[in-house]
Ligand binder design. Structure first.
Ligand SMILES: Nc1ncnc2c1ncn2[C@@H]1O[C@H](COP(=O)(O)OP(=O)(O)O)[C@@H](O)[C@H]1O
Ligand SMILES: [Mg+2]
Length: 335
């Protein structure tokens, strides 16, 4: 069996909105499963419109939210296994990058302080002196250096440069996984590709896997090895990026791909239906059916199961746009 770096097993997150009595339940993440193999680093993009649950899933992966159901296992250690789970080890293996670098760094501290603190707090360096080489190396791998950054405050950097510093900070423990939630959303359009290119470089150089969360499909298009499409809290399609882009299997992914904008553009406004959001989250049949041009009676009666359309591709749909291969059908019948 292939060793897994990350296993997300049937994970759900429920928010209760309003009071206990009259409040509503929002299933913000609904039975999501996915995994990343160990040993072969990948960039997995989580894509979907604003409000579909990307940040909620990301927060669960970073242990900032506890799932109501399901299990997350990193490098063989379950987040919920209090005996074997070690939070220092976790932070050595998983590092975050956030959306707005000006919010990640305090305006009153020089940015190099953060890099030194990470090295010292995680026990990677024993002294400031020992940390210097490490900090400089990390900064150099994102095209900066300690000499260029030392003593400077966040406002002395552009958004793109500051996001590079965040990446350098995340690299200090040489993590196995970096989780980046909309890391280029607040960055100047001309710098976006620059940052996502860096992910590709670092993946190869340091064998780090990335979970790249974005609603900017054009960068996902370019950078991902795998894509996971999220719709109203459900994972609706998963597989190798190029295959999904060339031949989407889910009607929603098709809709997104047809609307792929030029680099830096957001989703077309025509795609979002915010007034429907709560209702669609609560639908007991296929959540996409109300918007789906291919929907049938079956789609309006029950929820589809996740099916394998090829060995590497999964889709949550009764009528996928690509049909399972004979090999998959044989495989399913033998199982
Ligand atoms: N702390 C919270 N309490 C209640 N509802 C929340 C909370 N966080 C997120 N939500 C809701 O969960 C849904 C998914 O939000 P989020 O994960 O932030 O989406 P995305 O990152 O894809 O834009 C939205 O409907 C949002 O309003
Ligand atoms: Mg978000």
């Amino acid at each position: 069996m292939t060793q897994k770096l990350l296993e997300v097993k049937n994970v759900s997150k429920i928010f209760r909105i309003g009071g206990m009595l009259r409040g509503k339940k929002l299933i913000a993440i609904d039975d999501v499963s996915l995994d990343i193999d160990a040993g072969k680093p990948i960039i997995l993009s989580l894509v979907g419109e604003s409000g579909c649950g990307k940040t909620t899933l990301c927060k669960m992966l970073m242990r900032l939210h506890k799932p109501e159901m399901g299990e997350i296992i990193l490098d063989g250690y379950s987040y919920t296994d209090k005996k074997s789970f070690d939070s220092l080890q976790f932070r050595l293996k998983v590092q975050p990058i956030f959306q707005n670098p000006y919010e990640s760094f305090s305006a009153r501290k020089t940015v190099d302080t953060y890099l030194f603190n990470t090295a010292l707090r995680l026990g990677i360096a024993k002294s400031h002196f020992e940390a210097e080489k490490l900090v400089d190396e990390s900064l150099k791998s994102v095209g900066l250096s300690l000499a260029a950054v030392k003593g400077k405050y966040p406002t002395q950097f552009s958004g793109g440069e500051l996001q590079r510093v965040s990446i350098a900070r995340a690299l200090i423990p040489r993590p196995k996984l970096i989780i980046a939630d909309e890391p280029v959303a607040a960055i100047d359009a001309s710098m976006k590709m620059n940052i996502v290119n860096l992910f590709k470089e670092l993946k190869d150089k340091y064998k780090i896997s990335f979970i790249y969360i974005t609603h900017d499909l054009s960068t996902a298009y370019y950078v991902s090895d795998y894509i996971a499409t999220i719709y109203r809290g459900s994972l609706i399609e998963y597989g190798p990026a190029k295959e999904i882009m060339d031949h989407p299997a889910h009607p929603y992914t098709e809709l997104l791909m047809n609307a792929v904008p030029v680099i830096g553009d957001k989703w077309s406004e025509g795609l979002s239906m915010p007034d429907m959001e709560d209702k669609e989250y609560a639908i007991s049949y296929c959540k996409f059916a109300p918007r789906c041009q291919y929907a049938t009676e079956e789609c309006r009666q029950k929820r589809p199961d996740m099916i394998d359309v090829t060995k590497a591709r999964k889709v949550l749909c009764f009528h996928p746009l690509i049909k399972p291969s004979d090999e998959e059908i044989n495989h399913a019948m033998m199982a």
